[in-house]
Design a binder for this molecule. Structure first.
Ligand SMILES: Cc1cc2nc3c(=O)[nH]c(=O)nc-3n(C[C@H](O)[C@H](O)[C@H](O)COP(=O)(O)OP(=O)(O)OC[C@H]3O[C@@H](n4cnc5c(N)ncnc54)[C@H](O)[C@@H]3O)c2cc1C
Length: 374
């Protein structure tokens, strides 16, 4: 009977990162993915990477992730199109400005080069912006983006050097013995054994948690996105317009604009159908901020799920079932936080310590302190 150092459930950003950093530490891991790699949320995200958060652990985890993204080209041997193209959170009210200023104070204490810009500076940064109503924005030139499919590919190639990835392989049960995880049972009855099992099942992490007898407070929400054909290069950072009818979008290095918005009211569930309403609304909202984009042509639209938690921060923790770990509830930030989460889980599994302060992500927290920059 083959015995693995770790079983990772889920072939998305979190599962692959965890498996990758475990492989780098010389561990033999197996990734079990019920469909294809990136078929969950990770192949549906828009590739934004930021460090502007409002709580210490999230900021530090994001800084670690950026450090790891910047090493990928060298580690993978090809570019993942990681670039520091910036993030700009627009403020339309004094209340928003105050919220950003408070977060900036904390972010700066961790060494981030983030600043609040006035309206004129915003216009100078992005001459194409319609600045009416904007009172300023929180700008970090060191945030940016990467291409999710290249990142997933690099992680998967790295894992295959020491471990195994099994696609179209669904986990239906967690093998347990005397209060500890011992492996995973697959659809069809096959059993795979390890003393370490990681639940990185994204929007399905609640169901996988139940297999281990755990009740985890995850709930999926549908989010839609689109990408345009190549547009004139404007060097747009990720522009985040937090108004109720706002949106967020950025320009990729090849000129394409990629973006989405958070629907109000929220749309619960894991449906991945696209709507005409999104296509129409998103085009309008984006062109309201950058009028030149009213000429943009949409190439493709899609939808995917955010796995939410009650406070908008992930759960990355060990659990009451010994040897069973969870890394999910990324609340819309799992691509950008993925490398840091995988790295920290790999540390915890192999050395017993996270390597970072992960207390904000514990499964047993109160969930009362909400992340302000969701
Ligand atoms: C439209 C959109 C835009 C986004 N934009 C961004 C962004 O700009 N930046 C950012 O950081 N994040 C973004 N996100 C969020 C990001 O995509 C997620 O947080 C991240 O992909 C979560 O990764 P994951 O590995 O936890 O989940 P997933 O990628 O969903 O991976 C989980 C995997 O587990 C598999 N699985 C589930 N159950 C089982 C089982 N029983 N057996 C075997 N396999 C199983 C699934 O098939 C799936 O592939 C966006 C999301 C959406 C939908």
């Amino acid at each position: 009977m083959k015995y693995w150092d770790a079983i990772i459930i889920g072939g998305g950003m979190i599962g692959l990162s965890t498996a990758y950093y475990l492989t780098k530490k010389g561990k033999k891991v197996i990734v079990l993915e019920k469909e294809g790699l990136g078929s969950g949320s990770s192949g549906r995200c828009i590739g934004g990477i930021r460090q502007q958060f409002s709580t210490p652990c999230s900021i530090k985890l994001a800084i670690k992730s950026v450090e790891l993204f910047s090493l990928m080209k060298e580690e993978f041997g090809f570019s993942v199109e990681f670039e520091k193209s910036g993030y700009l959170f627009l403020a339309f009210t004094e209340e928003e400005k105050e919220k950003f200023l408070k977060a900036i104070k904390l972010q700066k204490s961790f060494g981030l080069k983030v600043n609040f810009m006035g309206r004129k500076e915003v216009k100078k940064l992005i001459p194409e912006i319609e600045d009416e109503g904007i009172i300023g924005g929180a700008y970090s030139p060191e945030d940016g983006q990467a291409y999710p499919f290249y990142v997933l590919k690099g992680l998967a190639l790295g894992i295959s050097k020491g471990g195994e990835i099994r696609k179209r392989t669904k986990v239906v049960g967690i093998i347990q013995e005397g209060g500890r995880a011992k492996g995973a049972e697959l659809e069809g009855g096959e059993k795979i054994y390890s003393d370490v099992v990681v639940n990185a099942a994204g929007p399905w992490a609640g169901e996988v948690g139940k297999m281990a007898g755990l009740s985890l407070p995850f709930y999926p929400e549908r989010h839609e996105a689109f990408i345009t054909t190549r547009c004139k290069r404007m060097s747009l950072p990720m522009i985040v317009d937090y108004r109720k009818d706002g949106c967020y979008f950025q320009q990729r290095s090849n000129g394409q604009i990629i973006g989405c918005y958070t629907p109000e009211p929220r749309v619960p569930g894991r449906r991945i159908d696209s709507t005409f309403q999104f296509l129409k609304e998103m085009s309008f909202r984006m062109a309201r901020v950058i009028p030149a984009l009213s000429e943009a042509q949409v190439l493709r639209q899609w939808a995917g799920a955010y796995t939410m938690t009650p406070d908008g921060s992930p759960i990355v923790d060990e659990t009451d079932l010994e040897g069973f770990y969870v890394g999910s509830g990324m609340s819309g930030h799992g691509f950008m936080l993925g490398p840091g989460v995988g790295w920290a889980l790999a540390n915890k599994i192999t050395e017993g310590t996270w390597g970072l302060d992960m207390r904000e992500f514990s499964a047993g927290r109160s969930f009362k302190n909400s992340e302000l920059l969701k």
